[in-house]
Write a protein that binds this ligand. Sequence first.
Ligand code: FAD
Length: 458
Amino acid sequence: MKDLIIIGGGPGGYVAAIRARQLGMDVVLVEKDALGGTCLNRGCIPTKAYFQNATVLQTLAKLSEYNAKAENISFDLSGARERKNRIVAKLVSGIRDLLKGYRVEVVKGEASIVEPGRVLVDGEEIAARRILIATGSEPAVPPIPGVDLPGVITSDELLELDAVPQRLSVIGGGVIGIEFACIFNAFGSRVMVLESMPDLLGAMDREIVRRMGVYLKKQKIEVHTQAGVERIERQGSTLKVVARGKKGTIECNADIVLLATGRKPFTRGLGLERLGISCERGFINVDENYETSVPGIYAIGDVIKGPMLAHVASEEGIVAVERMAGLDRRVDYDAIPSCVFSFPEIATVGLSQEEAQSRGIDFKVGKFLFAANGKALAMGETDGMVKVIADAGDTVIGVHIIGPHASDLIQEASVIVKNKLKVSDVIGTVHPHPTLGEAFLEAVMDVKGRSLHSLPKV
Ligand SMILES: Cc1cc2nc3c(=O)[nH]c(=O)nc-3n(C[C@H](O)[C@H](O)[C@H](O)COP(=O)(O)OP(=O)(O)OC[C@H]3O[C@@H](n4cnc5c(N)ncnc54)[C@H](O)[C@@H]3O)c2cc1C
């Protein structure tokens, strides 16, 4: 009998398998499709490969700023797709090698749970002391008339297009919608985003979101908020998206309509109902050990409630198996960084200003614009700012960055928020010059009214 069967080889499942082996467990990992899950095959990595294509095109579009010239610039999406597929294949085979190196037994097939301790994979039974469900999520398709029309697609299919659509309508202004809007706009599509809520990007800091709205407009991406899509119709070769907007009906003609309306947990075929595993809106309920309502069966990642992010799935996988091994570890959900790979990038960790307000926290804010940062100026990437929120005791409780390399800059802020470091800890840390990181330092200094490269406030 094995110690642990993990169902699902995404960033939650495969990372948990490696950590479990490090802790001396005998592990079987079952994956029905490709190792790496959504993240590697249809999510984080493919989109970031395209984001790099888009970044290159963005740079080419402003070559004159760098006194450079290029003629006959063209872009071939099918070539970019091949590049993306090569990157994915390399990473997937890297994971296969890692699992082999760690002597994780990988079984290809679709798993269902017979009872605690027993899993069936394509007719073969595997027994283990514990079972960890890491089956992830899939796109949630809204019940809008016309969603089944050809050309109305989810992110899975958008990543497989071999030609850039002239007109792209994006339904949903969350992270995935905004990333694809920016990427395909840079590829040459005319992009419209329709979001039913009053703001884009869900619960992010409103000031950062408002700025993003300005930058999207600057890129000529048309955004409608409070625009609930009522139907999609086909008219010849055109898809017509009809939404109810603030000032009446909005009609948008498109060649491709992207449904970016969220994701839902994937649990089909596992046998959860039969086992009596408690779920809420499809998400599996777990306790602090990531154990479900049925003893011996655990769950982590997108299939449980919480941020649907690869690094969260991995951390939950690590913590779940560490707790199985008797270690006392927890995921710090108050210090989860999250990034939007848009133009410009957004990255945040900790509380937004609105969250700090609603929790009744006495807080102070420090800000610094990239327009005043030497490195950003040299790069020609001056859009954006760093915003730092500290409580009355000067502990940094939130950092929000919109601007160049925000996704890299957030690492320092994550260490600070996670470890409840104080403004003085950052101010006393020398930051190299000239770097984008100095903008973060200046924003932290601004909490105390001490930013050196902002004009005095009085
Ligand atoms: C377009 C897009 C972009 C994204 N970008 C980012 C990003 O930049 N950063 C970020 O952090 N997150 C991003 N995400 C989210 C990220 O991909 C997910 O949060 C992450 O993959 C969740 O990991 P997981 O291990 O829980 O599940 P998954 O990665 O979904 O893996 C689950 C695995 O389980 C397998 N499986 C399911 N059922 C069974 C079964 N019965 N038997 C065997 N195998 C089974 C599936 O085939 C799959 O391989 C993105 C997602 C999308 C769609």
